[in-house]
Design a protein around this ligand. Structure first.
Ligand code: PLP
Length: 392
């Protein structure tokens, strides 16, 4: 009986997506910590601090005030209104709250967006280096991620020429853009983003803009695709700027044409997003002062690394425009970023993510360093990396 079940329950081909190597680095770091070593964590892509006090207080109050039932599928109306209002505050934009959909993190938003906008087999352009789940979720859903290798000349973003060349070779159905981006921290200037969106629209390619790192922009202000076109899908989250990764809550702004499809999908896939998280998220908007202090901390961390890492030996990295990542070229030392990250963890006690997670080929020459930790950790990391690089 058991044998028969084991034969029947084989993993599907579509589930064969690559693992996230950063998890292996995190597990190795935890093993070293269990042995009493002090590890500096620059591998994790999440804020070191928790949700703002306003969010925590609202959650406490909600827990004591009755059952937390399902909510409307598209989200609590007052939260959707609050998110729409934020576009007025941040971008002087008038967004209809009816277009706002609350999701289980931006991760839930991707599944909804891809299912609503694409058919199985559709080709969707994604940048390399880039956030791996774009490719892996598309693959699991039967779509085809089409990787576009970006370069320094174009500030590591997909260009209109690259997009059109791929589209001419075989039509694309969509393109995913992210500014600031993970793992590079690079941003697209507003004019470049506008140009790409216009070009995609003219060619009939749907644009999905991942704006999860908005609010964490240092080099210049991040532009929202919502200003540039109404026919785009915006994906955002409470995970990064709002420091609420574990609450699993995010949002989308979708064109009216997709709204009902997204609603039907979310009704069936999730019913609704966790109620407690929705209540906390709405209150998080009132924690602006606290969140701006955290943001200033990242700016300080960035300054420490931009100043210290070149002297330590990592003297080549992509422009650290936003988010909390720095993508360092390690090819002077190694062309095997996984082995290099493993060694740096064991010998210097600094955990970083190998670039191969984000770009299977060229990522062998890169490490992603997250500066979401404390300023003290950043100073120590610079010192440890410097001492270690002088020895190897
Ligand atoms: C670029 C990017 N998009 C989306 C996500 C997913 O975040 P969440 O599902 O927590 O909103 C992440 C997480 O690190 C990310 O870096």
């Amino acid at each position: 009986m058991l044998e028969k079940a084991q034969r029947l329950l084989q993993p599907s081909a579509r589930s064969a997506v690559p693992p996230f190597m950063v998890m292996d680095v995190m597990a190795a770091a935890a093993r070293l910590e269990a042995q009493g070593r002090r590890i500096i964590h620059m591998e994790v892509g999440q804020p070191a601090v928790g949700a703002p006090a306003t969010a925590i207080a609202a959650a406490h109050a909600a827990l004591g005030s009755g059952p937390l039932g399902y909510t409307e599928t598209l989200g609590i109306a007052s939260l959707r209104r609050r998110i729409a209002k934020a576009y007025g505050e941040w971008h002087a934009l008038d967004i209809d709250p009816a277009r706002v959909v609350v999701t289980t993190g931006s991760s839930g938003g991707f599944v909804l967006a891809f299912l609503a906008a694409f058919e199985a087999g559709d080709r969707v352009a994604v940048a390399l280096p880039g956030y791996p789940p774009y490719r892996h979720i598309l693959t699991a859903l039967g779509c085809q991620p089409i990787c576009v290798e970006t370069t320094a000349e174009t500030r590591w973003s997909i260009t209109r020429d690259a997009l059109l060349a791929l589209h001419r070779a075989q039509p694309l159905k969509g393109v995913i853009v992210a500014s600031p981006a993970n793992p590079t921290g690079t941003m697209m200037p507003a004019a470049g983003l506008a140009d790409l969106i216009r070009c995609a629209e003219d060619a009939g390619i749907a644009v999905i803009s991942d704006e999860i790192y908005h609010g964490l922009d240092y080099a210049f202000v991040a532009e929202t695709a919502a200003r540039l076109a109404s026919d785009v899908i915006i994906i955002n989250s409470f995970s990064k700027y709002f420091c609420m990764t574990g609450w699993r809550i995010g949002w989308m702004v979708v064109p009216p044409s997709l709204l009902r499809a997204v609603e039907r999908l979310q009704q069936n896939l999730a019913i609704s997003v966790p109620t407690l998280s929705q209540i906390a998220a709405e209150a998080a908007f009132e924690g602006r002062q606290e969140l701006e202090t955290v943001r200033r901390g990242y700016e300080e961390n960035r300054r420490i690394l931009l100043d210290g890492l070149p002297r330590a030996g990592f003297d080549s990295f992509l422009p650290a425009d936003g988010a909390f990542y720095l993508y360092a070229d390690i090819s002077r030392f190694s062309t095997d970023s996984f082995a290099f990250a493993t060694r740096m963890l064991e010998e210097a006690g600094v955990a970083a993510t190998p670039g191969v997670d984000f770009d299977p080929q060229r990522g062998r020459n890169f490490l992603r360093l997250s500066y979401a930790g404390s300023a003290d950790d950043m100073r120590q990391a610079v010192e440890r990396i410097g001492n270690w690089l002088r020895q190897i």
